[in-house]
Design a protein around this ligand. Structure first.
Ligand SMILES: Cc1cc2nc3c(=O)[nH]c(=O)nc-3n(C[C@H](O)[C@H](O)[C@H](O)COP(=O)(O)OP(=O)(O)OC[C@H]3O[C@@H](n4cnc5c(N)ncnc54)[C@H](O)[C@@H]3O)c2cc1C
Ligand SMILES: NC(=O)c1ccc[n+]([C@@H]2O[C@H](COP(=O)([O-])OP(=O)(O)OC[C@H]3O[C@@H](n4cnc5c(N)ncnc54)[C@H](O)[C@@H]3O)[C@@H](O)[C@H]2O)c1
Length: 467
């Protein structure tokens, strides 16, 4: 083995946690190197959160064209130019790249484009993308933030069908005639509605009894109703036995829907059936880094791996797969390096699905309360009671909060409606600092804002629900 280049910190993967670790340690004057094989700044700005929200917003613009008459406009025909949709998204990504480059430069991080592979304790070989000589790096500390990728289940014919994943779907410059989507979860639902609004025929196949199987039935039903109104076909209880043909040309999904033999033909196939950690092919065992049975890096509640002075953060560590959670992973590790005692145990995991209307949740929902036998009092109100929604012609949905059966603690909040993701923080604050729900209800909130929902949700009686 050649003599390694020694750094204070070797960061593998420039995703959310990895880049913040570089910027933090670099700003302290430490010698930091990051190895990134493809995406400057990781998945979020390149192929996941931000590009998908950009395309989703463009699709919303398209939906406004279709709704023009409702607002008193006359639009004499319009046409979606997918190359233009793509170009708009690319411009946003280029801006994000510039931002990332400036932060890596400001923190004096050495940025290496290449793939890292462990060859020993805290030591990696880097195969450089530009074909130059392999470099060997050793870190006093090593941080893994290698992310995850779309799962390709071993369904006969699936790999040969060359399906789209979110990566290719977000890079389309032509509109699929009929997009068939495997999976009615986060990726499947967000992209289903966006592609439908841009003009594709869309069919979603979900193996469970309903889309978003972990969420409450009223949320899943609400989204299903909106989708039906927009002409999106949702087929639940889908058991796919094989795929024929090729995505981009003609593809056919064969199996049963609710027990009945079916064959669904489309022009394109998108897989959105969950994630697989990028932990293969990295020689982690050579670095003394163990994996869980599901292939995630094995970590404790401080995100320490089985190798001393090696941490894993984000998707690859099996953390809930959200950018804000990867960022929180970074904060936990950062604070513990400074002598803190932060842990992943019991942390809040807020989430938002950017369908239109969007769905947001933090803490307990009704299904979990039933499952865990936690009695609660339910506050629920329609979004139409938040008067801002009437000014926007966006009255669909509801808000609900779960309050303790015997005290005024906030157990959880779920919103399905216009901009409800913005309502999460006050509930989070109350939950984190043990404030009663009345602390939220008592706020003087600007009129007319969606934030008035914070009071509206409590405007009726709290209904006791026994479980
Ligand atoms: C379509 C889509 C939309 C999403 N939307 C949202 C959203 O709106 N909000 C939200 O919170 N979350 C969203 N997510 C989830 C979110 O994108 C991920 O949870 C988050 O990006 C994970 O970040 P990370 O820090 O784990 O690593 P990543 O951002 O995945 O970064 C890992 C990096 O490591 C690099 N890498 C891997 N192996 C190696 C190696 N051997 N050598 C060198 N480099 C390597 C990869 O190239 C990658 O750049 C979305 C996901 C998808 C797929
Ligand atoms: N807005 C956001 O924050 C956002 C957006 C996109 C993705 N994400 C993150 O990325 C993760 C991955 O997203 P995802 O949509 O790939 O996974 P997911 O777990 O959210 O949903 C996958 C869905 O596919 C279904 N499924 C699995 N195998 C199937 C099969 N063979 N046939 C039909 N249905 C099948 C599952 O029952 C599930 O409902 C999410 O869980 C989330 O953490 C977040």
């Amino acid at each position: 083995m050649p003599e390694p280049e020694v750094y204070d910190a070797v960061v593998i993967g420039s995703g959310e946690a990895g880049k913040f670790m570089c910027w933090h340690l670099g700003s302290l004057g430490q010698r930091v190197v990051v190895v990134e094989r493809r995406y400057l700044g990781g998945a979020c700005p390149n192929i996941a959160c931000l590009p998908s929200k950009n395309v989703i917003h463009t699709a919303k613009v398209a939906s406004y064209f279709r709704r023009a008459e409702e607002f008193g406009m006359r639009v004499d025909g319009f046409r979606v130019d997918m190359a233009g949709v793509h170009a708009n998204k690319q411009r946003m990504i280029e801006g994000l790249h510039a931002l990332h480059r400036s932060k890596f430069e400001a923190s004096h991080t050495t940025f290496l484009w290449g793939s890292a592979k462990f060859v020993g304790d805290r030591t990696v070989d880097v195969t450089m993308n530009d074909g130059r000589e392999t470099r060997t790096l050793r870190g006093t500390r090593v941080f893994l933030d290698i992310g995850s990728r779309a799962t390709l289940e071993p369904i006969p014919g699936l790999a040969d069908a060359k399906p789209l994943t979110h990566v290719e779907a977000l890079d389309l410059t032509i509109l699929p005639k009929h997009l068939v989507i495997l999976g009615g979860g986060y990726v499947g639902l967000e992209l289903a509605q966006a592609m439908r609004r841009l003009g594709s025929k869309v069919t979603v196949l979900e193996r469970s009894e309903r889309i978003l199987p972990r969420e409450d039935a009223d949320v899943a039903d609400g989204i299903a109703q909106v989708f039906a109104g927009e002409g999106i076909e949702i087929l639940t209880q889908a058991k796919v036995s094989r795929i024929e043909g090729r995505s981009g040309d003609a593809v056919r999904v064969v199996g049963t829907i609710a027990g009945e033999e079916r064959s669904i033909a489309g022009s394109h196939l998108l897989v959105a059936t969950g994630r697989t950690p990028n932990t293969d092919g990295l020689g982690l065992a050579k670095g003394g880094i163990a994996l869980t049975p599901n292939g995630y890096v094995k970590v404790n509640d401080r995100l320490e791996t089985t190798a001393e002075n090696v941490w894993a953060m984000g998707d690859c560590a099996g953390s809930p797969k959200f950018t804000h959670i990867s960022y929180e992973d970074f904060r936990i590790v950062r604070d513990n390096l400074d002598g803190g005692h932060r842990s992943t145990v019991g942390r809040q995991v807020p989430s938002c699905i950017f369908t239109d209307p969007e769905f947001a949740r933090v803490g307990l929902n009704e299904s979990e309360a039933r499952e865990k036998k936690i009695p609660y009092r339910l506050a629920k109100a329609p979004m139409a009671a938040v008067l801002r929604t009437r000014t926007l012609n966006e009255t669909r949905g509801f808000l609900k909060a779960l309050i303790g059966a015997k005290d005024d603690k906030v157990l959880g909040f779920t919103g399905f409606g216009w901009s409800v993701g913005e309502l999460l923080p006050p509930f989070q604050l109350a939950m984190k600092h043990d404030l009663p729900y009345t602390a939220i209800d008592d706020l003087v909130v600007t009129h007319p804002t969606i934030a008035e929902g914070l009071g509206v949700v409590f405007s009726g009686k709290l209904v006791p629900i026994s479980v």
